[in-house]
Design a protein around this ligand. Structure first.
Ligand SMILES: [Zn+2]
Length: 426
């Protein structure tokens, strides 16, 4: 599927290589413009086909944004942005599109212009498009910030009320997210209305101003943040549910294979052991141990089955531990649903093999017309194949469980122990 398109001449001189780097940069912009044209046309074709097939207006276009994202090897959640950007460029912003086509704008800078002008009417957007991009020589030397600022300035001049209305709608997007940082640290990010954001930061700064001990200001602010959110001192073990998956040998200190922390990722063995022993020592946190089994050759969890239509709790938990994140290729969103790959009403069993962990958006997308998902478990490798309405196929395989490489293990006959440790508040 992937092949090398361009070659670099190993004997080329510096000026030639610089020219090639420039040319390739232009090609990336031109490719982005062509991709936008193809995307907008694809959406129009799909719409025409659905109208012809009598698909009700409310159901049209279902799943298409996921198909677009998959075609770009991107997370399905980004498909909506790609389609919106393509439609805006092709139907509303011809000058921005030609600036992208000739390499005067990068894809990101075109995205900034589209984003900043999104609250305008089609007519005003056309005015901004002409003012900013009709003369591409003006864009020469403008960085991301300049582009964004100019687009914002024109937008505000053309329709100040729309900008105000957009700010009024923005708080609905407030959220808190987590992503891993190096060395077993994590970033917790809150997107807040400006007044609340400033208030949170000011409150933490005040705590730092009034605390004098051996900790740095940054450390006091971080500890205060943890204390106020969890309601417990920062140095105490985590009281709320924290799912860890680890091999029993790691727990006992026989090997140094990393464990897996739900919502974070791999955690070094020593840190896993410290988390477990803290939780066991802490009366308020209830630590429970449950044993599942790994397949001897693949390291994946061994299958379970149920007669019920809904996935029973144990099986649902099993699928969650096996899949870790949404199983759609390129989607790394947290799992919200345990879903039948082959739907229950078409005879799909409620089993580990036919079960998939999905995020909300992907669960919805794969129920669209002409999507099929098939799953196999071959020697403990759980694979899912997604076939989209245009006949493209995309695959994902469940990740192997934490633990040492199986060939080094001595006990093979009774399955290999995996301990699931869950800490929950009393
Ligand atoms: Zn997903």
């Amino acid at each position: 599927m992937f092949e090398r398109v361009f070659d670099v001449d190993p004997s080329a001189g510096e000026a030639e290589l610089r020219a090639q780097v420039e040319k390739l940069e232009q090609l990336k912009s031109a490719a982005a413009a062509a991709q936008a044209r193809a995307t907008a046309l694809w959406a129009a074709r799909r719409r025409a086909a659905e109208v012809a097939a009598g698909v009700p207006a409310k159901k049209r276009g279902k799943g298409l944004t996921s198909e677009i994202a998959l075609a770009r090897s991107d997370a399905p959640v980004c498909g909506n942005t790609h389609l919106g950007m393509a439609r805006a460029l092709v139907h509303e912003m011809p000058h921005t599109l030609s600036a992208l086509e000739c390499g005067a704008l990068s894809e990101w800078r075109a995205t900034l212009i589209v984003r900043e002008s999104a609250c305008l009417s089609v007519e005003d957007r056309g005015r901004l498009d002409a003012e900013l991009c009709a003369d591409v020589s003006k864009l020469d030397g403008w960085g991301n910030n300049r582009i964004e600022a100019e687009a914002r300035k024109i937008t505000a001049r053309l329709d100040a009320a729309a900008v105000v209305a957009r700010s009024a709608r923005a708080p609905k997007d407030r959220c808190v997210t987590i992503r891993p940082a190096p060395d077993t640290m994590a970033y917790v990010t809150a997107l807040l209305p400006v007044a609340q954001g400033v208030a949170v930061f000011a409150s933490l700064t005040r705590a730092a101003d009034t605390t004098v001990d051996e900790r740095s200001r940054s450390q006091v602010m971080a500890d205060t943040f943890t204390e106020r959110v969890t309601g417990r001192p920062a140095e105490q073990p985590v009281p709320v549910s924290l799912n860890l998956v680890l091999a029993d040998t790691t727990l006992l200190g026989d090997d140094e294979a990393p464990g897996w922390c739900d919502g974070y990722g791999p955690v070094p063995a020593a840190v896993v052991r410290a988390l477990v022993s803290d939780a066991v020592a802490d009366e308020a946190a209830k630590a429970t141990l449950r044993r599942l089994y790994r397949h001897p050759s693949s390291g994946q969890l061994v299958a379970m089955e149920s007669k019920a239509r809904r996935f029973p709790k144990g099986l649902a938990e099993f699928i969650g531990i096996r899949d870790r994140t949404c199983r759609t290729p390129y989607c790394n969103a947290p799992i919200r649903h345990r879903d039948h790959a082959v739907p229950h009403h078409r005879g799909g069993p409620t089993s580990a093999v036919n079960g998939l962990g999905d995020c909300e958006a992907c669960n919805y997308a794969k129920e669209a017309r002409d999507w099929t998902v098939t799953t196999t478990d071959d020697g403990g490798h759980h694979r899912a194949e997604f076939r989209t309405p245009t006949g493209a196929t995309y695959r994902s395989t469940a990740p192997p469980l934490p633990g040492p490489p199986i060939r080094t293990r001595s006990v093979m006959e009774d399955g290999l122990g995996i301990d699931v440790v869950r800490f929950s508040a009393a």
